[in-house]
Each structure stands twice: as structure tokens, then as C-alpha cells.
Design a protein around this ligand. Structure first.
Ligand SMILES: *Cc1c(COP(=O)(O)O)cnc(C)c1O
Length: 395
């Protein structure tokens, strides 16, 4: 069996999205900035995609800026907000300790420039509260940036309430909604969002393309200079096939949202129940406040990397959800943020499902993880110490 269970890293492209893209890689290859008919055909596709995406998000087409993906959108949103704040002497930013690195590393850079960053505690359940945001807002707060759904543990943040607090306090609010859009209902109006980042490849669209939604009236700062594309806010010839594919994938995801959720929830719940049967294991993040596809567990006495390699041998493609994949030995900042100690955080496993997964595949994943955890514990000196009472169990 071969099961792709790493949909939080990236997703398979939808057939519709691929089909929608082909004409724009084949016959309609004009540059949308060109005045001739070949260019204008591409321009038409660009603006249609912008309208379709705005419609799904609940904004207007003029509030949609195309980017190269989620990382670029996060960077531009944060930089723009702090440049606006700076003009009014505001040098304080509020975020959380478990954001994506596209946010955290941008904040690190701003800290070196003299900005003051407050990273809110996300508690054991991986959820921040609107009250925490309210209490942290100061006179000089330029921006609140909080992710919608965490990419490692899948917990959903109370974005609508946080947005309402920010509106009331007149502080700009950005959300990295890369793991939310196409997976749970997101609406920029209802959710009180000023700026939002999304990325096509997380909802069955192509890689290397995303959106920064920016509410009308908020001045954007360029991070890429050049031509006048995207109303002068993002230079570079537009990725027309990518943008068309993204719009098709987003429309499809939005149309199927409730059906997909309904299909996925019982399977995800069965997966959680099955993995909980493994002794000395724990689900990471709140059991209820989570997106339909992502499940993250810690297993005591083993290492996540070995777990992944042995699962790979069994045809199960998952992730440790940590920085291990980038060659770093540091445990995941997300798991540390929810209070897992280093030893436990090392034994983590993220399984992120898509709507296509079958009951049979879920059972295969559960059996495989059980076998591999048992096998690794059988060889683990740490596990031996735990069993012999030389070390204390934490989970
Ligand atoms: C994947 C991801 C990103 C980065 O998006 P790219 O399009 O790969 O740059 C940012 N934030 C979150 C939460 C993500 O999951």
C-alpha cells in the first residue's frame, strides 16, 4: 500500500486545476501587460481568477494581490503593517510562539531593527484566546499576526474574536490562513480580517503561487520592486497558469467544503482513537478545535525520524512536523510551545489526511504506526529505562 499522509506539507493537484492550467501553458501564453490580443487574453484570465478568489474569500477583487505563495504573502503583510505603524511611532507586534517560520523569521528580523515582539502563549491545547490578545495590545501596537490553523498540530484559533478585538482597538490584524483556506470556512468580512495569506499548493492547487488579501485602504509596501504589476505592489510577470490553477482549486475546495469535512471527520476521529491505544502516547493540540485533516501525536521513548523512515518502508508518507527534516536536531518549536519537553517532542508524528483517504487506509496507518512504535521501543535504551523505572514516564 502507498498512502500519502503529508497533506499539510503539500497536496496532490486536483484534476480540475491541472485541466484549467493547460491552455495557459500551451496556447494562451501572452504577457498580461501586453496590449495586443494575446496579452489581453491572459489579462482576462488573470482578472477572472482574481474575481473568483475574492468571491470565495468574501472580499473584493481589488483586495486580492497575487504572490509566489504563503511565505511571500506573510512577509509582505507583516512588513507593510510595521511600515505603517512606524510612521505613527508604533513599534510593538503581537503574535504567537507557534507561527510558521515565514512569520517568526520575519519578526526576528524586525526585532533586530528595534521592534518589540510579544509572542503569546498557546497553552497545552494549542489555542490562543482573544482575551490574551486584548490584554497584550498597547498604545504602540502596530500589528497582531496570528495563524488561523497551525500547520503542525492542526489547531484552529478563534480568529473572528481576535479580529473583533483588533477592530475595537484599531490595530491591524493579519492571519496566516494557509492551512485554513479550502479546509474550513474562512470569510474575511465575517472574521474581521484586515490581511490574510493563502497558498495554492495546500488546497490541491499548484506550488509557487498564493494570495495576499489586503482590506481596502491599507497601504502595502513592496518587497519586490520592478514593473507595475498588481497595481504597483508586486512586480514580476504574473504566473498566469498558476493563478488560473489556484482559482480552479479554490473554487472546487469551497464547493466541496462541507462534503469533504463530513467525509473526513469520522476517519480522522478513528485515526485519533486508534493511535491513542498505543501506551504512553498523546495527541498534540485540542481534540475538538482542530481542522479536519491534521493529527499529531507524541510517543514516548522513540525518535520521530526513525518512525518516519520505517513508516516510509511500509508505504505511509507522514512527517515529524518538526525541523528535523531540515537537518536540524532541535525539536519542533510548535511542540515546545504547547509545553512538550524536548525528549517527548522528539518522538512526534504528524499525519495529515486528504478527502480521498479510505477507511481501509486509516486502519493500515493505525496498524503500521502501532507496529513501528513497538519495534522501535524494543530497541530503545530510553524505553528500557522507562520500563525499569530509571526514568519517569511523562505521557
Ligand atoms: C506551507 C505554509 C506556509 C508557506 O507557504 P508556501 O506557499 O510554501 O510559501 C506558510 N504558513 C503556513 C501555515 C503553511 O502551512
Amino acid at each position: 500500500m502507498e498512502i500519502y499522509a503529508d497533506n499539510a506539507a503539500t497536496t496532490a493537484m486536483s484534476r480540475n486545476a491541472i485541466q484549467a492550467m493547460i491552455p495557459y501553458m500551451d496556447k494562451v501564453y501572452g504577457n498580461p501587460s501586453s496590449l495586443h490580443s494575446a496579452g489581453q487574453k491572459a489579462k482576462e484570465a488573470l482578472e477572472t481568477a482574481r474575481e473568483e478568489i475574492a468571491e470565495v474569500l468574501g472580499g473584493s477583487p481589488r483586495e486580492i494581490y497575487f504572490t509566489s505563495g504563503g511565505s511571500e504573502a506573510d512577509n509582505q503583510a507583516i512588513i507593510s503593517a510595521v511600515r505603517l505603524g512606524e510612521k505613527k511611532g508604533k513599534k510593538h507586534i503581537i503574535s504567537t510562539a507557534f507561527e510558521h517560520h515565514a512569520v517568526l523569521h520575519t519578526l526576528d528580523k524586525l526585532k533586530k531593527e528595534g521592534f518589540e515582539i510579544t509572542l503569546l502563549d498557546v497553552h497545552e491545547n494549542g489555542v490562543v484566546t482573544a482575551k490574551q490578545v486584548e490584554d497584550a495590545i498597547r498604545e504602540d501596537t502596530a500589528l497582531v499576526t496570528i495563524m488561523y490553523v497551525n500547520n503542525e498540530i492542526g489547531t484552529i484559533q478563534p480568529i473572528r474574536e481576535i479580529g473583533a478585538v483588533c477592530r475595537e482597538k484599531k490595530v491591524l490584524f493579519h492571519t496566516d490562513a494557509v492551512q485554513a483556506v479550502g479546509h474550513i470556512p474562512v470569510n474575511v468580512e465575517d472574521d474581521n480580517i484586515d490581511m490574510l495569506s493563502l497558498s495554492a499548493h495546500k488546497f490541491h492547487g499548484p506550488k509557487g503561487v498564493g494570495v495576499l488579501y489586503v482590506k481596502k485602504g491599507i497601504f502595502l509596501t513592496n518587497i519586490i520592486e520592478g514593473g507595475a504589476q498588481e497595481r504597483g505592489k508586486r512586480a514580476g510577470t504574473e504566473n498566469i497558469p498558476g493563478i488560473v490553477g489556484m482559482a480552479a482549486a479554490l473554487k472546487e475546495a469551497a464547493d466541496k467544503l462541507s462534503a469533504n469535512t463530513e467525509a473526513l471527520l469520522p476517519k480522522r476521529n478513528r485515526l485519533i482513537a486508534g493511535l491513542k491505544e498505543i501506551p504512553h502516547s498523546a495527541l498534540n493540540g485540542d481534540e475538538e478545535k482542530r481542522c479536519p485533516g491534521t493529527v499529531n501525536f507524541c510517543f514516548e521513548g522513540i525518535e520521530g525520524e526513525s518512525l518516519l523512515l520505517l513508516l516510509d518502508d511500509k508505504g505511509v508518507y507522514a512527517s515529524s512536523g518538526s525541523a528535523c527534516t531540515s537537518g536540524s536536531l532541535d525539536p519542533s518549536h510548535v511542540l515546545l510551545a504547547i509545553g512538550r519537553i524536548h525528549d517527548v517532542a522528539h518522538g512526534s508524528l504528524r499525519i495529515s489526511l486528504d478527502e480521498q483517504v479510505t477507511d481501509e487506509e486509516i486502519e493500515y496507518i493505525i496498524t503500521s504506526v502501532k507496529e513501528v512504535v513497538e519495534y522501535l521501543r524494543g530497541m530503545s535504551p530510553v524505553w528500557r529505562d522507562l520500563i525499569n523505572g530509571k526514568r519517569q514516564f511523562i505521557l
